[in-house]
Design a protein around this ligand. Structure first.
Ligand code: SF4
Ligand code: SF4
Length: 472
């Protein structure tokens, strides 16, 4: 019998509530290799990305490594230009341009960056090539997974992992080679002369590459990459996406010829349900279920399906690059206001960046007034203002400079006006500006310090400051 005073309880356990577990065990994806027009383009862009990454540190420019981020000296060398932490603006600017380029290409062609040039895609594809070379095609690999450990399996698996590690090590070595001269770094492998940080970072990137491209693969795209999450806000109904033509493909079924079902009178669509589009997908999705955030627009399913269509004598394009509007039979415009807007912004920023970079003067001058006293009167009777000039030679050559002063007549500098600064060096120069109050009358006024290179007169920087005179 139930007690009327007792508070009613509800069994809230997951079992009683029929809760669904949010954890799903990872299904290992064995990707089938495919060839076709889009895969040829992908191979070219992926080889280009890898070639650029591995080759760039070996390029020489004016006798030194063309791209070197020399952190201990805080110098960033890029094809003859030297950037300093003070040039951080250029880096921010370059990142903003890269972000706009990403917006532009995403609005135009969806996740084309992911499928064609992303480092995760690039390295994974290289690792897959190695895997296929060592262990055979998808079918052989699936068989090998469940086969007992034989000498052949150990040899094939072992060589795959050795080659993966070799590529991962090369990746780590190259990464550190962007920060520490790569010829020297490579030579020091043989003398065991690496420092602690070099060992750490090469090791870190070796392990990260080995894990990401060898084991995690599509998991990085699905769960770690932020781009996959926010890209959908950049899509619109005219963005190019990889899509399955449901009207043409359904109802799917085996058999190349259209059949009439005697009872339903339904004609089969063009999809023969061969499953190849799923087997070649690096993220393991079925594009026939509609656009999914897991799709990296690699177009492997397009190439696979086109091949099937060729074999059964149907027109290509059951899976194709298209837009949502085009799929619904509506007018679709690739060139549209949003795209033009991003394009103009991108072009303007890139042009301004190039112009600013071209006109960049590799010299920095900062003037700091003495904060302790506005002015002082020397024993000679002259009224003096004290400044400190911070001068940085941001060029690649030593420079002889001359310092000049512009301002009211009667002002003069009481210190040396010629000096030499080595490349990358900075000079802190105390400067005294004075006038004789018995000779001229002076009011507080604006003055300018100009530093000009005696070796290259075009190299000049001018800085404004203030001269403070006593009240009369
Ligand atoms: S590859 Fe083409 S025909 Fe085969 S299942 Fe996919 S969509 Fe259908
Ligand atoms: S659905 Fe097609 S385009 Fe998208 S990731 Fe898979 S194979 Fe690539």
């Amino acid at each position: 019998m139930s007690d009327p005073d007792r508070i009613k309880t509800v069994d809230a356990s997951p079992q009683a509530q029929g809760a669904i577990s949010l954890y799903a065990k990872r299904q290992r994806i064995q990707v089938k290799s495919v060839s076709g027009r889009f895969q040829h383009i992908r191979d070219a862009t992926i080889l280009g990305t890898m070639g650029l990454y591995l080759g760039l540190p070996w390029v020489r420019w004016d006798g030194q490594q063309a791209v070197l981020f020399d952190l201990p000296n805080r110098e960033f060398h890029i094809f003859g230009l030297t950037f300093w932490p003070q040039d951080f603006l250029f880096l921010s600017w370059a990142l903003i341009i890269a972000a706009f380029a990403l917006f532009f290409f995403t609005v135009l062609a969806g996740r084309v960056y992911c499928g064609y040039v992303c480092p995760q895609t690039t390295w994974t594809r290289f690792f897959q090539w190695i895997e296929q070379w060592c262990e055979g095609d998808r079918h052989s690999r699936i068989k090998m997974d469940s086969a007992p450990w034989t000498a052949s399996k150990i040899l094939r698996r072992g060589s795959k992992h050795l080659l993966w590690l070799a590529l991962a090590f090369l990746t780590g070595l190259t990464f550190v080679g962007y920060f520490s001269p790569i010829t020297d770094l490579t030579t020091r492998i043989f003398t065991l002369g690496w420092g602690g940080w070099e060992l750490f970072w090469v090791g870190f990137f070796t392990v990260a590459t080995y894990m990401n491209a060898g084991f995690m693969r599509e998991q990085v795209c699905l769960y770690m990459c932020p781009y996959a999450r926010f890209q959908s806000v950049m899509f619109d109904r005219d963005t190019l996406i990889v899509s399955y033509d449901e009207d043409r493909g359904e109802p799917r079924g085996r058999g190349a010829k259209k059949k009439q079902h005697s009872d339903t009178q339904v004609e089969k669509g063009d999809c023969i349900d061969c499953g190849l589009c799923v087997q070649v997908c690096p993220t393991g999705i079925d594009i026939r279920e509609g656009l999914q955030y897991e799709c990296i627009t690699c177009a492997a399913c397009i190439d696979a399906c086109d091949d099937v269509m060729d074999h059964i004598g149907k027109p290509r394009g059951l899976i194709r690059y298209t837009t949502e509007n085009a799929l619904e039979g509506k007018e679709s415009r690739i060139v549209r206001p949003r795209l033009i807007g991003y394009g103009i912004a991108l072009l303007l920023m890139a042009t301004l960046f190039m112009v600013t970079l071209y006109n960049r003067v590799p010299l920095q001058v900062d003037v700091i007034r003495d904060r302790n006293q506005l002015y002082r009167t020397a024993s000679s009777g002259r009224v003096e203002n004290i400044y400190r000039l911070e001068i940085l030679n941001k060029g690649q050559e030593p420079q002889r400079y001359e310092l000049t002063l512009d301002g009211p007549d009667g002002l003069r500098m009481e210190n040396r006006t010629e000096f030499t600064i080595e490349p990358g060096q900075h000079l802190s120069l105390p400067v005294t500006v004075s006038y004789d109050p018995y000779e001229v009358e002076m009011a507080s006024s604006t003055i300018w310090f100009t530093v000009t290179s005696l070796d290259d007169p075009d190299l000049e920087k001018r800085h404004e400051s203030r001269f403070i005179a006593p009240r009369r």
